[in-house]
Design a protein around this ligand. Structure first.
Ligand SMILES: [Zn+2]
Length: 317
């Protein structure tokens, strides 16, 4: 669920995308009108299940949100403020439903099947309208007090830089997001000059260096329309800046790579949120450990439903 599109899909336990359907995010509708557009999409996709047994609903949504209560107030979907998305989806589908930030969902997907498959310590970053991130350390997705860990978009990269929507100044999002680039250049990011592309990449590299130094992680996988659209010059500038700024023995080897899943990352991430929630159910120790659960789902495990014994065996304590 984002400011550009709503995407609903069926993903199997191996992470294969079976079916996907999308609509542009409705504009100018109220909360119920916006929900109606999503509801149509969900029902359409469920009716395409063709006898496959559906067991859980996972959601990746732009923040902020309260994943505990299931209420969302996405900055890019103004019709929804404290909208009870999880409750509505549970009511509509009858499935247990789990909800998380879209960038954290992408981090799960990249660790499950994408560019961070073989890495236990990494950050996944989305550079598009805004800048989001999700961090995995020791195979565990970081949550924080309210579930907001990973907001790399608000790491300061330009002291006394541009004012940020968060109220701060010089945040990565205020300097290198699609919105910021449009404000700086007066044009679409797709038309940005090489200077702007390289500056944006360098600022991303600067933020990644801080995170690598702080958290001892070895990889940043980067996705999002702005980063992928900018391509090589953006990534090369990011790597140069990272090499200049991450100099500790443990951070020197850190790398910045394109995310592995491309356009399917967000929907597979939403599925990973669902699988993770299902597997973690009934196992407090496993509640923040997603990777073994995700790996289990590709084996022949009987996923009979929430709390089922065989579904919680593989959770690492
Ligand atoms: Zn900020």
């Amino acid at each position: 669920m984002g400011g550009t599109k709503f995407s609903v899909g069926l993903v199997d336990r191996t992470g294969a995308l079976v079916l996907e359907s999308r609509v542009l995010t409705p504009r100018g509708l109220d909360a119920e009108g916006t929900w109606a557009a999503l509801k149509r999409l969900v029902l359409e996709v469920i009716s395409g299940a063709n006898g496959d047994r559906l067991v859980v609903c996972g959601v990746g949504c732009g923040g902020p949100m309260s994943s505990g209560s299931g209420e969302v107030s996405p900055l890019n979907i103004p019709a929804w403020r404290e909208f009870h998305l999880r409750g509505r989806l549970m009511e509509l589908t009858g499935f247990e439903t789990f909800l998380d930030n879209d960038a954290k969902a992408l981090a799960l997907a990249e660790g499950w099947l994408g560019g961070a498959r073989d890495t236990s310590n990494y950050v996944a970053i989305v550079v598009s309208t805004g800048v989001g991130g999700g961090i995995v350390l020791n195979d565990r997705l970081l949550e924080g007090r309210l579930g907001n860990a990973g907001h790399i978009g608000h790491v300061v990269v330009v002291p006394e830089g541009r004012v940020c929507a968060c109220g701060g100044r010089g945040c990565l999002e205020a300097e290198a997001s699609g919105t910021a680039i449009a404000a700086i250049t007066g044009g679409e990011p797709a038309e940005a000059s090489l200077d702007v592309i390289e500056r944006s990449g360098a600022l991303l590299g600067r933020a990644v260096a801080s995170v690598a130094n702080l958290l001892d992680l070895s990889l940043a996988v980067v996705s999002g329309s702005v980063a992928l659209g900018f391509g090589d010059p953006f990534f090369m500038a990011a790597r140069r800046e990272l090499a200049t700024r991450a100099k500790l023995d443990f951070s020197r080897e850190a790398k910045i790579e394109r995310a592995g899943l491309g356009a399917t990352g967000p929907i597979i991430g939403a599925a990973a949120v669902g699988w993770r929630g299902l597997f973690a159910n009934g196992s407090e120790a496993g509640a923040s450990s997603w990777l073994p659960a995700a790996r289990m789902s590709s084996r022949s495990v009987d996923v009979s439903g929430p709390g089922h014994d065989s579904a919680s065996k593989g959770i690492r304590p």
